[in-house]
Design a protein around this ligand. Structure first.
Ligand code: NDP
Length: 335
């Protein structure tokens, strides 16, 4: 069982040296346990927070242990009556090829149906990132049809789901993404109304001008994945009583400071800005997953994936994700 451990904590930017690849044993199963062979490992920005000590939205990852991570796979052996060999399951198996799971542990393993939705999508559009988009849109932004919404990191796992969910509610949706290829995908394949390339609009004045052009009636709701000058630019174009779902601030995950240029705009625009963690709202998951599954099955949400091959490729693929080199959901294929 090949595994990747967190070996030491990053100082500033994370690097491949923070990780260590080892070959471990697969323990024998006890009663109630299930052996899962992982097909895909999910790489997610929150993992960067776990590599640090100190206050973060994710608990700190202990050194010398298998890196935490979402996985999908197949039951290879079962000592639990609810699971049979061959069942497809989603869980938190971590950065390794196999995991042993207690079948009764709450939230650790869930059977999934792969007849209409490919297995890997349960780590993206029809999984944690999709539910994240759903929660911010439905519970925080709560838009009316015809309102204008903006989302940063629009081509990614969360951003692409956000666009499909917002379009289904009759909103006008404007994405922000890095580079012409991602922007083309966001408008042409995901059906956003417009997309702004942040590489071509790399400062506050330029981004604010681009947002003014793309959002003729101002911004009623914003889903923030990045932070920094992008959030500043949105505040400048926000309408009165606009709402911001503060989901992520990936531009600062390696420790970069992200000061707000003009926080008085929150008062002037009477805005509500709310941070949230999707795993603290398990009550919405069934409803959100049902809607997301329907959007995928009907072709209204066509997620894109970047797939690294083999566990050894995981550290570099993860570092690439933090630099925006992924295009859509970042996965590692294990078999
Ligand atoms: P993505 O698939 O969107 O990948 C991350 C993307 O962020 C990159 O592709 C890149 O897109 C963009 N990015 C990275 N660095 C920068 C930067 N410095 N400036 C601008 N853009 C940057 O990841 P996810 O969809 O998985 O996650 C999106 C966000 O949602 C993250 O911030 C994550 O932490 C957050 N999140 C929060 C959760 C919660 O419960 N609050 C749960 C899940 C995710 P581009 O090239 O377009 O810039």
């Amino acid at each position: 069982n090949t595994q990747i451990l967190l070996d030491n904590r990053p100082r500033g930017q994370a690097s491949p040296d923070n990780f260590r690849l080892v070959v471990g044993d697969t323990p024998a199963l006890r009663d109630g346990q299930v052996l899962v062979r992982h097909h895909y490992l999910s790489l997610d920005p929150y993992m960067r927070g776990r590599m640090n000590e100190g206050k973060s939205y994710a608990a700190c990852q202990p050194l010398g242990e298998v890196m935490i991570g979402g996985t999908v796979g197949e039951v290879a052996e079962s000592h639990h009556p609810a699971y049979a060999v061959g069942d497809k399951v989603v869980g938190m198996g971590g950065w390794q090829e196999w995991s042993v799971v207690d079948g009764d542990a709450p939230g650790m393993l869930r059977k999934v149906d792969t007849r209409h939705v490919p297995l890997s999508y349960y780590l993206g559009a029809v999984g944690m990132p999709g539910v994240t988009a759903w929660y911010g849109l439905v519970r925080i932004i709560d838009p009316r049809p015809g309102q204008t919404l903006v989302v940063s990191a629009a081509s990614g796992a969360v951003g692409s789901a956000f666009g499909a969910l917002a379009k289904a509610r009759g909103c006008r949706v404007v994405g922000i993404a890095g580079g012409p290829d991602k922007c083309r995908y966001v408008t042409e394949e995901l059906g956003f109304d417009a997309c702004i390339d942040h590489r071509a609009h790399g400062d506050l004045a330029s981004m604010s001008k681009a947002l003014k052009q793309a959002c003729h009636d101002g911004i009623d709701g914003h889903f923030e994945n990045v932070g920094g000058y992008i959030l500043d630019a949105v505040l400048l174009r926000a309408n009165a009583f606009a709402r911001v779902a503060l989901c992520g601030m990936i531009a600062g995950y390696d420790g970069q400071p992200l000061p707000l240029a003009n926080p008085a705009l929150i008062l002037i625009n009477r805005m509500r800005i709310e941070g949230f963690i999707v795993s603290e709202h398990m009550e919405v998951w069934p409803e959100a997953l049902a809607e997301l599954g329907g959007l995928v099955a009907s072709g209204r949400l066509r997620p894109r994936e970047t797939i690294a091959q083999g566990l050894a490729a995981a550290p570099q693929a993860f570092l690439d994700l933090l630099q925006g080199r992924n295009f859509g959901k970042q996965l590692v294929k294990l078999i």
